[in-house]
Write a protein that binds this ligand. Structure first.
Ligand code: NAD
Length: 286
């Protein structure tokens, strides 16, 4: 029987943690933590994701605003907006939502987000600090994978973890977080010659490729633990992961569902990071 690694309970714990910090800051300093999401796309699934952050923020006592820029905004305009938010003392967390206008680069633009407000670890400085073992906000999705495994009591030290995907937002930062937890990490990608060999010898497989149904039973050792980061749109307007859940059922010891696995933990971590950023900002002003 494959155990579902659900995210609702760990997400609720993180939101409660954020809410406690938020309530204390309001009570003691008159400051409510505030997150601002910058959006420069008409993309429907982005709009859905931003609404889910806004709803979760309300539950955690965190203010959340969206700044909308045109979907053909120039890089300079986006950078100016991010710099203004970085300078605004009433703002504690800034997220630059993807996709971005054609011809702009997320890694380049995110350099304009002040590192102390970079709650989704998008500034290249944050990834560099993470890699160097220095304190920084990790990209929430990467951290969510580790939080989800922790919440379900799955140990990492000494175990083999295959990460499928090497993006700057998920695969690379996740590899660093896993190394920090003493896992033995293999990072696979689109040019990996024999994916099934790499994933098939791992204790834990994390799928973050953005390819529906990529991971099947043939990719897994019996009893493997599988975390599915993929969020691929389906024809009926839903979401499906990178793992063929029907194929791996019975072979995997555990699998995180999509939706309902990594996603809610990711959102909750953005709020927890915002609460922490606000708390540090208040402490810095005293
Ligand atoms: P990306 O497109 O930037 O990177 C995909 C990576 O997968 C690349 O490194 C590529 O080499 C690798 N890859 C592609 N096809 C492959 C194949 N056939 N075999 C092996 N590797 C392959 O995507 P991303 O931004 O890292 O996102 C990955 C997935 O995670 C997407 O489905 C995305 O929607 C999802 N995502 C989910 C959340 C969440 O909160 N749940 C957050 C961010 C991204």
């Amino acid at each position: 029987e494959t155990v579902p690694l659900t995210g609702a309970a760990p997400a609720a714990v993180l939101r409660d943690e954020a809410r406690e910090i938020a309530e204390r800051l309001v009570r003691e300093a008159g400051v409510q933590p505030r997150l601002v999401v910058v959006v420069a796309t008409e993309d429907e699934s982005t709009a859905w994701y931003v609404r889910s952050i806004t709803r979760a923020a309300a539950k955690a006592g965190i203010a959340c605003d969206t700044v909308r820029l045109p979907s053909n905004a120039e890089a300079a305009e986006i950078r100016k907006q991010l710099a203004a938010l970085s300078d605004d003392p009433s703002v504690h967390g800034v997220i630059l939502q993807t996709p971005l206008p054609p011809g702009t680069s997320a890694a380049d633009l995110a350099g304009a987000i002040a590192p102390e407000k970079d709650v989704d670890g998008a500034n290249p400085l944050s990834l560099g600090r993470l890699a160097a073992g220095l304190p920084a906000f990790a990209p929430a999705t990467a951290e969510a994978v580790v939080s989800l495994l922790d919440a379900h009591g799955i140990g990492l030290a000494g175990r083999g973890v295959a990460v499928v995907g090497r993006s700057t937002v998920v695969g690379k930062p996740l590899a660093h977080l896993l190394l920090d937890r003493d896992a033995t990490v293999t990072v696979c990608h689109s040019r990996t010659a024999d994916l099934a060999a790499a994933t098939g010898s791992a204790d834990i497989v994390v799928a973050a490729a953005g390819r529906a149904g990529l991971i099947t039973a043939a990719h897994l050792a019996p009893g493997a633990i599988v975390v599915d980061v993929g969020t691929n749109p389906t024809e009926d307007g839903g979401l499906t992961g990178d793992v063929d859940a029907r194929s791996v059922a019975g072979r995997a010891a555990a699998l995180s569902p999509v939706p309902g696995g990594v996603g809610p933990v990711t959102t909750a971590l953005l709020l927890q990071h915002t609460a922490l950023a606000a708390s540090r900002a208040v402490a810095g002003h005293q």
